[in-house]
Design a protein around this ligand. Sequence first.
Ligand SMILES: [Zn+2]
Length: 309
Amino acid sequence: MQLQRLLRALAAACALAVASHAADKLRVVTTLPDLADIARRIGGERVEVTALIKGTENLHAVVAKPSMLVALSRADVYVQVGLSLESSWAPGLLESARNAALAPGKPGFVNGSDGWEALDVPADLSRKGGDLHPQGNPHLNLSPRGGRHLAARILAGLVANDPAGRAAYEKAHAAYAVELDAAEARWKEAAQKLRGVAVATYHQEFEYLARETGIEIVGHVELKPGVPPTPAHIVELVDALRAKQARLVLTAAWSNNRQVAQVAEQTGARVVELPVAVSSAKGADTWIGMMDQIHARLVDALAQPPRPR
Ligand SMILES: [Zn+2]
Protein backbone atom coordinates (compact mmCIF):
# COMPACT_ATOMS: atom_id res chain seq x y z
CA MET A 1 0.00 0.00 0.00
CA GLN A 2 2.74 2.35 1.00
CA LEU A 3 4.59 1.61 -2.24
CA GLN A 4 1.47 2.37 -4.30
CA ARG A 5 1.03 5.69 -2.52
CA LEU A 6 4.65 6.49 -3.13
CA LEU A 7 4.36 5.65 -6.84
CA ARG A 8 1.22 7.79 -7.15
CA ALA A 9 2.95 10.70 -5.48
CA LEU A 10 5.98 10.25 -7.72
CA ALA A 11 3.79 10.17 -10.86
CA ALA A 12 2.01 13.34 -9.74
CA ALA A 13 5.32 15.08 -9.08
CA CYS A 14 6.62 14.05 -12.50
CA ALA A 15 3.48 15.35 -14.24
CA LEU A 16 3.81 18.64 -12.40
CA ALA A 17 7.49 18.90 -13.33
CA VAL A 18 6.73 18.25 -16.99
CA ALA A 19 3.88 20.81 -17.00
CA SER A 20 5.93 23.55 -15.33
CA HIS A 21 8.95 22.79 -17.51
CA ALA A 22 6.87 23.31 -20.66
CA ALA A 23 5.11 26.35 -19.20
CA ASP A 24 8.41 28.01 -18.32
CA LYS A 25 9.73 27.95 -21.83
CA LEU A 26 8.66 29.91 -24.84
CA ARG A 27 7.40 27.34 -27.36
CA VAL A 28 8.78 28.19 -30.79
CA VAL A 29 7.72 26.32 -33.93
CA THR A 30 9.60 26.96 -37.18
CA THR A 31 8.97 25.75 -40.71
CA LEU A 32 12.59 24.99 -41.75
CA PRO A 33 15.19 23.31 -39.54
CA ASP A 34 17.47 26.27 -40.49
CA LEU A 35 15.21 28.62 -38.53
CA ALA A 36 15.04 26.15 -35.63
CA ASP A 37 18.84 25.99 -35.42
CA ILE A 38 19.14 29.79 -35.27
CA ALA A 39 16.21 30.09 -32.81
CA ARG A 40 17.90 27.57 -30.49
CA ARG A 41 21.16 29.50 -30.66
CA ILE A 42 19.48 32.78 -29.72
CA GLY A 43 16.78 31.39 -27.43
CA GLY A 44 19.01 29.06 -25.43
CA GLU A 45 17.44 27.75 -22.24
CA ARG A 46 14.44 30.05 -22.45
CA VAL A 47 12.92 28.38 -25.53
CA GLU A 48 11.73 24.99 -26.68
CA VAL A 49 12.06 24.81 -30.47
CA THR A 50 10.44 22.43 -32.96
CA ALA A 51 10.92 22.43 -36.75
CA LEU A 52 7.91 21.28 -38.76
CA ILE A 53 9.88 19.71 -41.61
CA LYS A 54 13.11 17.87 -42.34
CA GLY A 55 15.73 19.34 -44.61
CA THR A 56 15.52 16.68 -47.33
CA GLU A 57 11.98 17.64 -48.39
CA ASN A 58 11.18 19.86 -51.34
CA LEU A 59 10.34 22.99 -49.38
CA HIS A 60 7.67 24.00 -51.88
CA ALA A 61 5.81 20.67 -51.69
CA VAL A 62 5.60 19.60 -48.06
CA VAL A 63 2.87 17.15 -47.04
CA ALA A 64 1.05 18.35 -43.91
CA LYS A 65 0.94 15.92 -40.96
CA PRO A 66 -1.26 15.85 -37.81
CA SER A 67 1.88 16.25 -35.65
CA MET A 68 2.46 19.66 -37.30
CA LEU A 69 -1.02 20.78 -36.26
CA VAL A 70 -0.41 19.67 -32.68
CA ALA A 71 2.87 21.60 -32.56
CA LEU A 72 1.26 24.77 -33.95
CA SER A 73 -1.74 24.59 -31.64
CA ARG A 74 0.62 24.59 -28.60
CA ALA A 75 3.12 27.17 -29.91
CA ASP A 76 3.75 30.69 -28.57
CA VAL A 77 5.80 31.75 -31.61
CA TYR A 78 5.76 30.66 -35.25
CA VAL A 79 8.75 31.43 -37.51
CA GLN A 80 8.71 31.10 -41.29
CA VAL A 81 10.98 32.30 -44.11
CA GLY A 82 8.07 33.79 -46.06
CA LEU A 83 8.25 35.21 -49.62
CA SER A 84 5.86 32.34 -50.49
CA LEU A 85 8.46 29.65 -49.70
CA GLU A 86 5.98 27.83 -47.44
CA SER A 87 2.78 29.14 -49.02
CA SER A 88 1.57 25.80 -50.42
CA TRP A 89 1.29 24.20 -46.97
CA ALA A 90 1.90 26.48 -43.95
CA PRO A 91 -1.07 28.90 -44.17
CA GLY A 92 -3.58 26.01 -44.24
CA LEU A 93 -1.93 24.42 -41.22
CA LEU A 94 -1.93 27.71 -39.31
CA GLU A 95 -5.62 28.17 -40.02
CA SER A 96 -6.47 24.63 -38.90
CA ALA A 97 -4.40 25.00 -35.72
CA ARG A 98 -6.71 27.85 -34.57
CA ASN A 99 -4.00 29.46 -32.44
CA ALA A 100 -4.83 33.17 -32.31
CA ALA A 101 -1.34 34.04 -31.02
CA LEU A 102 0.19 33.00 -34.36
CA ALA A 103 -2.06 35.03 -36.67
CA PRO A 104 -0.19 37.22 -39.20
CA GLY A 105 0.28 40.66 -37.62
CA LYS A 106 0.50 39.24 -34.07
CA PRO A 107 3.92 39.18 -32.30
CA GLY A 108 3.72 35.37 -32.37
CA PHE A 109 3.96 35.38 -36.18
CA VAL A 110 7.59 35.96 -37.20
CA ASN A 111 8.37 36.37 -40.91
CA GLY A 112 12.09 35.81 -41.49
CA SER A 113 12.20 37.56 -44.86
CA ASP A 114 10.81 40.88 -43.57
CA GLY A 115 13.25 43.57 -44.70
CA TRP A 116 15.06 41.25 -47.13
CA GLU A 117 15.46 42.57 -50.64
CA ALA A 118 14.40 39.69 -52.88
CA LEU A 119 16.01 38.87 -56.22
CA ASP A 120 13.98 37.71 -59.25
CA VAL A 121 10.80 39.61 -58.34
CA PRO A 122 8.49 39.00 -61.33
CA ALA A 123 6.93 41.97 -63.08
CA ASP A 124 3.62 40.08 -63.13
CA LEU A 125 2.79 39.08 -59.54
CA SER A 126 0.68 36.03 -60.28
CA ARG A 127 1.25 32.28 -60.17
CA LYS A 128 0.44 32.04 -63.85
CA GLY A 129 2.17 29.03 -65.34
CA GLY A 130 2.91 27.47 -61.93
CA ASP A 131 5.71 29.81 -60.90
CA LEU A 132 6.49 28.99 -57.27
CA HIS A 133 8.32 32.28 -56.68
CA PRO A 134 5.55 34.87 -57.16
CA GLN A 135 7.13 37.34 -54.68
CA GLY A 136 10.70 36.85 -55.86
CA ASN A 137 13.33 34.33 -54.86
CA PRO A 138 12.49 32.96 -51.39
CA HIS A 139 15.64 30.84 -50.85
CA LEU A 140 17.46 33.30 -48.60
CA ASN A 141 18.47 30.49 -46.23
CA LEU A 142 21.01 29.60 -48.96
CA SER A 143 22.56 33.08 -48.99
CA PRO A 144 25.83 33.42 -47.06
CA ARG A 145 24.23 36.59 -45.65
CA GLY A 146 20.91 34.88 -44.91
CA GLY A 147 21.84 33.59 -41.44
CA ARG A 148 22.59 37.10 -40.19
CA HIS A 149 19.29 38.42 -41.53
CA LEU A 150 17.24 35.54 -40.12
CA ALA A 151 19.03 35.79 -36.75
CA ALA A 152 18.05 39.49 -36.49
CA ARG A 153 14.40 38.69 -37.29
CA ILE A 154 14.35 35.83 -34.77
CA LEU A 155 15.98 37.99 -32.08
CA ALA A 156 13.27 40.65 -32.57
CA GLY A 157 10.56 37.96 -32.50
CA LEU A 158 11.80 36.37 -29.27
CA VAL A 159 12.13 39.73 -27.53
CA ALA A 160 8.62 40.76 -28.61
CA ASN A 161 7.14 37.57 -27.17
CA ASP A 162 9.32 37.33 -24.05
CA PRO A 163 10.56 40.83 -23.08
CA ALA A 164 11.97 39.50 -19.78
CA GLY A 165 14.49 37.51 -21.82
CA ARG A 166 15.82 40.48 -23.78
CA ALA A 167 19.27 40.60 -22.17
CA ALA A 168 19.78 36.84 -22.54
CA TYR A 169 18.63 36.85 -26.18
CA GLU A 170 20.81 39.85 -27.08
CA LYS A 171 23.85 38.25 -25.46
CA ALA A 172 23.32 34.96 -27.33
CA HIS A 173 22.71 36.86 -30.57
CA ALA A 174 25.97 38.79 -30.14
CA ALA A 175 27.87 35.52 -29.59
CA TYR A 176 26.26 34.04 -32.71
CA ALA A 177 27.21 37.14 -34.71
CA VAL A 178 30.87 36.57 -33.79
CA GLU A 179 30.61 33.00 -35.15
CA LEU A 180 28.98 34.37 -38.29
CA ASP A 181 31.87 36.82 -38.77
CA ALA A 182 34.35 33.93 -38.75
CA ALA A 183 32.14 31.81 -41.01
CA GLU A 184 31.63 34.62 -43.53
CA ALA A 185 35.41 35.09 -43.69
CA ARG A 186 35.78 31.37 -44.58
CA TRP A 187 33.09 31.64 -47.24
CA LYS A 188 34.69 34.74 -48.78
CA GLU A 189 37.94 32.82 -49.07
CA ALA A 190 36.16 29.89 -50.77
CA ALA A 191 34.39 32.33 -53.08
CA GLN A 192 37.73 33.35 -54.58
CA LYS A 193 37.85 29.89 -56.17
CA LEU A 194 34.23 30.07 -57.33
CA ARG A 195 34.14 33.50 -58.96
CA GLY A 196 33.24 33.37 -62.64
CA VAL A 197 32.50 29.62 -62.66
CA ALA A 198 29.60 28.92 -65.03
CA VAL A 199 26.93 26.53 -63.75
CA ALA A 200 23.38 25.32 -64.29
CA THR A 201 21.07 24.67 -61.37
CA TYR A 202 17.98 22.46 -61.28
CA HIS A 203 15.78 24.82 -59.27
CA GLN A 204 16.08 28.60 -59.00
CA GLU A 205 17.40 28.37 -55.42
CA PHE A 206 21.09 29.33 -55.58
CA GLU A 207 20.74 32.91 -56.86
CA TYR A 208 21.77 34.52 -53.55
CA LEU A 209 24.71 32.14 -53.23
CA ALA A 210 25.74 33.00 -56.80
CA ARG A 211 25.54 36.72 -56.06
CA GLU A 212 27.79 36.37 -53.00
CA THR A 213 30.33 33.99 -54.54
CA GLY A 214 30.47 35.33 -58.10
CA ILE A 215 29.25 32.03 -59.57
CA GLU A 216 27.55 32.60 -62.93
CA ILE A 217 24.20 30.79 -63.27
CA VAL A 218 23.78 30.22 -67.01
CA GLY A 219 20.35 28.60 -66.75
CA HIS A 220 18.02 26.28 -64.86
CA VAL A 221 16.97 22.73 -65.67
CA GLU A 222 13.42 23.54 -64.59
CA LEU A 223 11.45 25.53 -67.15
CA LYS A 224 10.43 27.86 -64.31
CA PRO A 225 10.30 27.31 -60.55
CA GLY A 226 8.15 24.22 -59.98
CA VAL A 227 7.71 23.43 -63.69
CA PRO A 228 9.71 20.46 -65.08
CA PRO A 229 11.68 20.98 -68.32
CA THR A 230 10.43 20.30 -71.83
CA PRO A 231 12.78 18.54 -74.31
CA ALA A 232 13.17 21.85 -76.20
CA HIS A 233 14.21 23.63 -73.00
CA ILE A 234 16.89 20.99 -72.32
CA VAL A 235 18.30 21.47 -75.85
CA GLU A 236 18.46 25.24 -75.35
CA LEU A 237 20.05 24.89 -71.92
CA VAL A 238 22.68 22.42 -73.16
CA ASP A 239 23.62 24.83 -75.98
CA ALA A 240 23.96 27.73 -73.53
CA LEU A 241 26.03 25.66 -71.09
CA ARG A 242 28.36 24.47 -73.87
CA ALA A 243 28.85 28.04 -75.07
CA LYS A 244 29.85 29.11 -71.55
CA GLN A 245 31.86 25.94 -70.89
CA ALA A 246 29.83 25.35 -67.74
CA ARG A 247 31.59 23.18 -65.18
CA LEU A 248 28.83 22.20 -62.75
CA VAL A 249 25.13 21.34 -62.45
CA LEU A 250 23.92 22.21 -58.95
CA THR A 251 21.10 20.16 -57.54
CA ALA A 252 19.54 19.05 -54.24
CA ALA A 253 18.54 15.69 -52.73
CA TRP A 254 14.95 16.09 -53.98
CA SER A 255 15.99 17.22 -57.50
CA ASN A 256 18.98 15.03 -58.37
CA ASN A 257 17.01 13.42 -61.17
CA ARG A 258 17.41 12.05 -64.70
CA GLN A 259 17.13 15.47 -66.37
CA VAL A 260 20.07 16.68 -64.28
CA ALA A 261 22.02 13.57 -65.32
CA GLN A 262 21.06 14.18 -68.96
CA VAL A 263 22.28 17.80 -68.91
CA ALA A 264 25.54 16.75 -67.24
CA GLU A 265 26.02 13.93 -69.74
CA GLN A 266 25.53 16.23 -72.74
CA THR A 267 27.73 19.06 -71.49
CA GLY A 268 30.50 17.28 -69.58
CA ALA A 269 29.59 19.26 -66.45
CA ARG A 270 29.76 17.62 -63.03
CA VAL A 271 26.64 17.13 -60.91
CA VAL A 272 27.03 18.58 -57.41
CA GLU A 273 24.30 17.77 -54.91
CA LEU A 274 24.18 20.49 -52.27
CA PRO A 275 22.34 20.61 -48.95
CA VAL A 276 19.50 23.13 -49.32
CA ALA A 277 18.31 23.06 -45.71
CA VAL A 278 19.78 22.21 -42.32
CA SER A 279 19.73 18.43 -41.63
CA SER A 280 19.60 17.57 -45.35
CA ALA A 281 23.15 16.18 -45.46
CA LYS A 282 25.96 14.93 -43.26
CA GLY A 283 27.78 17.84 -41.64
CA ALA A 284 24.83 20.16 -42.26
CA ASP A 285 23.41 19.89 -38.72
CA THR A 286 23.58 23.65 -38.17
CA TRP A 287 23.04 26.57 -40.52
CA ILE A 288 26.72 27.53 -40.41
CA GLY A 289 27.66 23.86 -40.92
CA MET A 290 25.36 23.67 -43.95
CA MET A 291 26.94 26.73 -45.56
CA ASP A 292 30.42 25.30 -44.86
CA GLN A 293 29.31 22.09 -46.61
CA ILE A 294 27.95 23.99 -49.62
CA HIS A 295 31.19 25.91 -50.12
CA ALA A 296 33.36 22.82 -49.53
CA ARG A 297 31.41 20.70 -52.02
CA LEU A 298 31.68 23.38 -54.70
CA VAL A 299 35.40 23.88 -54.18
CA ASP A 300 35.96 20.07 -54.15
CA ALA A 301 34.00 19.62 -57.38
CA LEU A 302 36.10 22.27 -59.14
CA ALA A 303 39.30 20.61 -57.96
CA GLN A 304 38.34 17.45 -59.90
CA PRO A 305 39.72 17.14 -63.43
CA PRO A 306 37.19 18.21 -66.10
CA ARG A 307 35.03 15.40 -67.47
CA PRO A 308 35.62 14.49 -71.13
CA ARG A 309 33.13 16.16 -73.44
ZN1 LIG B 1 12.01 27.74 -54.92
